[in-house]
Design a protein around this ligand. Structure first.
Ligand code: HEM
Length: 441
C-alpha cells in the first residue's frame, strides 16, 4: 500500500519506528478527571481555528469607519474601524456570528477547564515532587489564558469592552510611583489611545498564543517524560501506570472527546448568544453600559473592586487609591499563592519524596480545607461582580447587597473550609467510601 511505502521511506531516513512504537504504547490512566486537561487543550485548538477565521475580517484600528450593512440601527454611523468590523462580522459575514460566538464560548470553556484541571491537580496532590515544574507552567498558562480572554473581549471596542479597559487602566494607574508610566508604556499614550487596539491585537493573536503553544508543548513533553500519576488501586504502584495504551483505545477516546468539545462549542456558538456588541454600541469614554458584567474568569477581579470600600492612603506623600488593594494586591497575592503552594506545603509536611500515586482529597484535610475556602472566597467575588443584577432582581438597594456580600466574603470561606476539614477527617477515620457511608457509620 502507498501508506506502507511512505512510512517505510520515512523510517529509512529518520529512524522513526522505535520512537513511534514507544509513543503508541504509552499508557494513560482511565480516570475521568484526567480528561479536564484535554478539554482545555481542545478548547485551545478551537480558539486557534476560529480565531484565524476572525482575523480575516477584524480590522484592528481605532480610526473612523462608516458602518454599512445589515444591522439597520447602526447603518451609516461612524464608529471605530474595529467596532464596525465586529458588527460586520456578526451581521454581514457568512458564518461570522457563528465563528465569533464559538470563539467566545471556547474562551469561556477553556478557562473553566483549566481551573477545574488545576483544582484536580491541587486536591489530589499531583503537584508534588517531581511535578512541581508542570504546576508552575500550568499556573503561567492560566495567567496567560486570563490575559488573552481579557485582550480578546477588549478588542471589539464596544461600550462594555471599553469600560473593562478603563477599569484595568485605573488599576494599573493605582500602583504608586510607576502606575501612570506603566499605562502610557502599555497603551502608547493615555487611555484611550490610538495605539491601544493594534497593540491588543498583536498581543491577542500572536504573543500570548505563541507563548501558550510553547508552554503547552513543554507541559506535554514533561508529562510524557515523567509519566502520568494515578489513583491508588489494585496493581497500581509508585513505579507503574495502569490504564489504556495510546493506540488504539486512548487515541480513539481522545478523538471522540475532541469531536464532542468542538460539537458543544459550535452548538453554543450557534444557539446561545454571547457578547452582542451591536446592542451595547461603540465605546465612548463618557458613557457606560448597565448592567455591565465581564466574562466569568475576570469577574472575581471586578467583584473585588466592587466590594472593597473606597479607602485611600498616602505613603511618603504618594496617594495609594482604592483600586490598588483589590486590583493589584489581591491579584498579585492570588498568583503568588498559586505559584508558591507546592513549596509551602513541602515546607510544612517536610515530605520530599517523589509521588506517582495520588492522594484522595480526604487524605490531606488541611490542603482540602484551604482549597475549598479559597474557591469559596473567589466564588463570592464572582457573585459580587453581579451586585447590580442581584439588587435589581431582589429589589434591594445595591449598597445593602454589597454589605451582605462583604460579610459573606469572610464568613463563607471559613465555614466551607472548616466543614471540608471535618468531613475529610471523619472520612479518613471511618475509612468510609463516601459521605453517604459516613452518615451510616
Ligand atoms: C488563549 C486563547 C484565546 C482566547 C482566550 C481568546 C478569547 C477571545 C475573546 C473572549 C474574544 C472576544 C470575542 C467577541 O467579540 O465576543 C476574542 C476576539 C478575537 N480573537 Fe481571540 N482568543 C484566543 C486566541 C485567539 C487566536 C489564536 C486568534 C487568532 C489567530 C484570535 C483572534 C481573535 C480576533 C481577531 C478577535 C476579534 C474579533 C471579535 O471580537 O469578534 N484569538 N478572543
Amino acid at each position: 500500500m502507498i501508506t506502507d511505502r511512505l512510512a517505510r521511506a520515512l523510517d529509512d531516513r529518520l529512524r522513526l519506528s522505535p520512537i513511534t512504537r514507544r509513543a503508541l504504547a504509552k499508557v494513560f490512566p482511565d480516570h475521568w478527571s484526567f480528561m479536564l486537561g484535554e478539554i482545555a487543550l481542545y478548547s485551545f485548538v478551537a480558539l486557534i481555528l476560529t480565531g484565524v477565521y476572525l482575523t480575516f475580517f477584524f480590522d484592528a484600528s481605532s480610526g473612523d469607519r462608516v458602518y454599512r450593512g445589515g444591522y439597520a440601527p447602526l447603518d451609516g454611523t461612524t464608529t471605530s474601524a474595529a467596532y464596525a468590523s465586529v458588527v460586520r462580522l456578526s451581521w454581514d459575514v457568512r458564518a461570522g456570528l457563528l465563528i465569533r460566538q464559538a470563539h467566545h464560548w471556547a474562551a469561556v470553556v477553556f478557562v473553566a477547564a483549566i481551573v477545574l484541571h488545576l483544582s484536580r491537580i491541587f486536591f489530589t496532590g499531583a503537584f508534588r515532587r517531581p511535578r512541581e515544574l508542570n504546576w508552575l507552567i500550568g499556573v503561567t498558562m492560566l495567567t496567560l489564558a486570563l490575559a488573552n480572554g481579557f485582550t480578546g473581549y477588549s478588542m471589539p471596542d464596544d461600550l462594555l469592552s471599553g469600560l473593562g479597559l478603563r477599569i484595568l487602566t485605573s488599576v494599573v494607574e493605582s500602583v504608586p510611583l510607576v502606575g501612570t508610566w506603566l499605562v502610557s508604556l502599555g497603551l502608547g499614550g493615555e487611555f484611550p489611545s490610538d495605539e491601544m487596539i493594534p497593540r491588543l491585537f498583536i498581543t491577542h493573536v500572536l504573543l500570548v498564543p505563541a507563548l501558550l503553544v510553547a508552554l503547552v508543548s513543554l507541559h506535554l513533553t514533561i508529562l510524557v517524560r515523567q509519566k502520568h500519576s494515578q489513583f491508588r488501586g489494585p496493581g497500581r504502584t509508585e513505579h507503574n501506570v495502569v490504564g489504556s495504551r495510546l493506540w488504539p483505545s486512548y487515541a480513539l477516546r481522545s478523538l471522540a472527546l475532541f469531536s464532542w468539545v468542538l460539537a458543544v462549542l459550535f452548538a453554543l456558538g450557534g444557539l446561545v448568544q454571547i457578547n452582542p456588541v451591536w446592542l451595547y454600541g461603540p465605546f465612548a469614554p463618557a458613557q457606560s453600559t448597565s448592567p455591565a458584567q465581564p466574562d466569568w474568569y475576570v469577574a472575581w477581579g471586578d467583584g473585588a473592586l466592587r466590594l472593597f470600600p473606597p479607602w485611600e492612603f498616602r505613603i511618603a506623600g504618594y496617594l495609594v487609591p482604592a483600586p490598588f488593594f483589590p486590583g493589584v494586591v489581591l491579584g498579585g497575592l492570588t498568583f503568588l499563592a498559586l505559584y508558591a503552594w507546592p513549596f509551602a506545603e513541602r515546607l510544612r509536611t517536610r515530605d520530599r519524596r517523589p509521588h506517582h500515586l495520588l492522594d484522595r482529597p480526604r487524605d490531606h484535610p488541611v490542603r482540602l480545607s484551604v482549597g475549598v475556602a479559597a474557591l469559596t472566597f473567589y466564588a463570592v467575588l464572582v457573585v459580587a461582580a453581579g451586585d447590580d443584577i442581584i439588587a435589581r432582581l431582589l429589589r434591594l438597594p445595591v449598597y445593602d447587597v454589597l454589605a451582605v456580600l462583604r460579610v459573606l466574603l469572610f464568613v463563607l470561606p471559613v465555614l466551607a473550609g472548616a466543614l471540608a476539614f471535618l468531613v475529610a477527617r471523619a472520612l479518613r477515620r471511618n475509612d468510609a467510601a463516601g459521605i453517604g457511608g459516613l452518615t451510616r457509620a
